[in-house]
Design a protein around this ligand. Structure first.
Ligand code: UDP
Length: 382
């Protein structure tokens, strides 16, 4: 039998934030984690080429939330990193998000300023007052040709759905630029943790009040844990309720098959991430990890990402059908007192790392309103 005040299922962002906050409040926290490591999908490690790689895909931190930026800086030093992505479109290589260079390269135009780019977009876009799905969202911004070349098939590979079958918000994650800005994100803070994400999580969880049980499935051990005041569950919401509302139609998730290749060359590609939005290959993108933080190695490691149905759930699939199924689980979840569903899988929401930090911090503040000023043990990162 194990005893704790606060029981947390999952050692990803949401679980680690709540563990850290409650531990500093003097509560005994137990984290039960199914995997053999902490840090959730942010988990990274040094590989055989001595390159820091992420097990579950590249994680680029970016935020406009001051409170989140302040919070993550308590547990790691960070270096500035403005992420850029390029896409191979036929025999051309272009920046994504779409900017002036993208259009000039693909269509042989000679746009050179914002006004000309705005004019090109206006002439090509198919206007929708309120785009109701991903296809309308892209057409509304960039028109048919760019939709076909850069979004339609990438999305089909990523989601096994065409953009028309997904919420507009999925495709609206990617902006369109009227200038030469080739950064993937526009946020005020764009950075990576020195030493990696796993070390950041180790710093968050290194507290005498926190115990982490790895390799442990909560549903196998739930009867052996006692005395807790609150349970925070960060796993898939349907699993908690034994899939009771999924008997006819399943709540969908997408998983990724990460295929790692090691090459005896200094560099495999010219950029950290190269997207393949066409049908000529089955993977969506190739990540070359040594670019992040300009790591030095004679060899290189690349990972091809094939998105698949089966496997660990990484992405909820935002569309009206899934939202309807999820709403049944949410109703059940809301009925439970002292069980809190938090994070991407438990809330069935496709959100970024900073939003995950923010949601967990806000949940803590709402539950412990007088305790928000509590200090962390580790003020300065190691
Ligand atoms: N997308 C696309 N072409 C690209 C990049 C993205 O069509 O070259 C679409 C795709 O539907 C994707 C969505 O935009 O799922 C959001 O992309 P993002 O890079 O934010 O996805 P993530 O990094 O979370 O996988």
């Amino acid at each position: 039998m194990k005893h704790c005040d606060i029981l947390i299922i999952g050692a990803g962002i949401s679980g680690a934030v709540l563990a850290e906050r409650y531990a500093n409040l003097g509560k005994k926290v137990l984290i039960v984690e199914k995997r053999d490591h902490i840090a959730g999908n942010c988990y990274d490690f040094m590989d055989a080429n001595n390159i820091l790689v992420s097990k579950y895909g590249a994680h680029l931190f970016h935020t406009n939330f001051e409170e989140v930026w302040e919070y993550v800086n308590r547990f790691s030093n960070w270096y500035d990193w403005e992420h850029k992505v390029i896409a191979r479109v036929g025999d051309k290589t272009v920046p994504i998000p779409v900017n002036i260079t993208t259009v000039n390269t693909l269509f042989g135009t000679s746009i050179s300023n914002k006004a000309e780019m705005a004019e090109w977009l206006e002439a090509n876009r198919v206007a929708f007052e309120k785009p109701s799905n991903g296809e309308e969202a892209v057409l509304n911004r960039v028109g048919v040709e760019l939709y076909e070349k850069m979004f339609k098939h990438y999305t089909k590979k990523q989601w096994d759905k065409y953009p028309a079958e997904l919420d507009a918000s999925v495709l609206e994650r990617i902006p369109v630029r009227q200038d030469y800005d080739d950064r993937y994100f526009s946020d005020k803070y764009q950075a990576l943790p020195k030493g990696g994400y796993t070390q950041l999580f180790e710093n968050m969880l290194s507290h005498e009040n926190i115990e982490v049980c790895l390799d442990t499935d909560f549903f196998d051990v739930r009867d052996t844990i006692q005395g807790y005041e609150k349970l925070f569950y960060t796993g898939p919401v349907d699993r908690y309720f034994e899939f009771k509302h999924s008997l006819v139609e399943k709540l969908e998730y997408r998983s990724i098959n990460f295929v790692t290749e090691m090459h005896d060359v200094e560099f495999y590609q010219e950029n950290s991430v190269v997207n393949y939005p066409g049908t000529e290959v089955d993977f969506t993108r190739i990540i070359e990890y040594k670019h992040f933080g300009n790591q030095i190695s004679d060899r290189t490691t690349v990972v091809k990402e094939f998105t698949v149905d089966e496997g660990e759930p990484y992405y909820p699939v935002p569309n009206p059908r899934n939202q309807e199924i999820y709403s049944k689980y949410r109703e059940e979840a809301e009925k439970l007192t002292d069980v809190h569903f938090v994070g991407r899988l438990a809330n069935y929401k496709y959100f970024n790392m900073d939003q995950a930090f923010k949601n967990a911090l806000e949940l803590f503040e709402s539950l412990e309103p007088t305790m928000t000023e509590i200090p962390t043990t580790l003020k300065t990162a190691v």
